[in-house]
Unconditional design. Sequence first.
Length: 149
Amino acid sequence: MNLFILFAEGGNGTTNQLGTWYWMILAIGIGFLVMLLLSKRNRWDKDRLAYLDTQEFLDTMRKGSLVDTRKEEDIEKTGKIVGSRNFPGASGARDAKVRKDLPIFLYDQAGSNRLKGIAAKYIKNGAVMVYVLKGGYEEYKAYIERRNK
C-alpha cells in the first residue's frame, strides 16, 4: 500500500488526523521556502560598498567607471569631474551602461544618502565594488580649489 494512502486515509476511507497534519506541515514548509527565496532576492552585499574621502577618491577613480548621478541641469550649473559619465539617479544601474567587472565610483552634489540606494542597485546588478565620494561634488570642488592655491 502507498505511504501517502496510509497517511491520508483511515481504515474506513475517511481522512484521519495524521493526514490533516501532513498537509498543514507541507503548506507551512512551502510558505517558508517562498518567504526565504523572496527575502534573499532583495539583499545585497554591503561589503562591496565603500565611502572614500576626496583624496582616496582622486587616487583611485581612474581604475573604474566614474558616474555622476546628478541631473543634467545641476551639472550645467556647477560642472563635473573630468571623465565622469552622467546617469541621473539609478538609470546607469538599470540600463547596465557601465562595466560591472571594474569598480564603480559614484558621486552626486553633496554626498547624499540616496547614493546608498543607487550603489545597492549597481551591486544587485553585478558590480564588483562601488565607491561613493564623501561630501559629493561640493567637497571635491572645494578640495581642488584648496590644493591649487
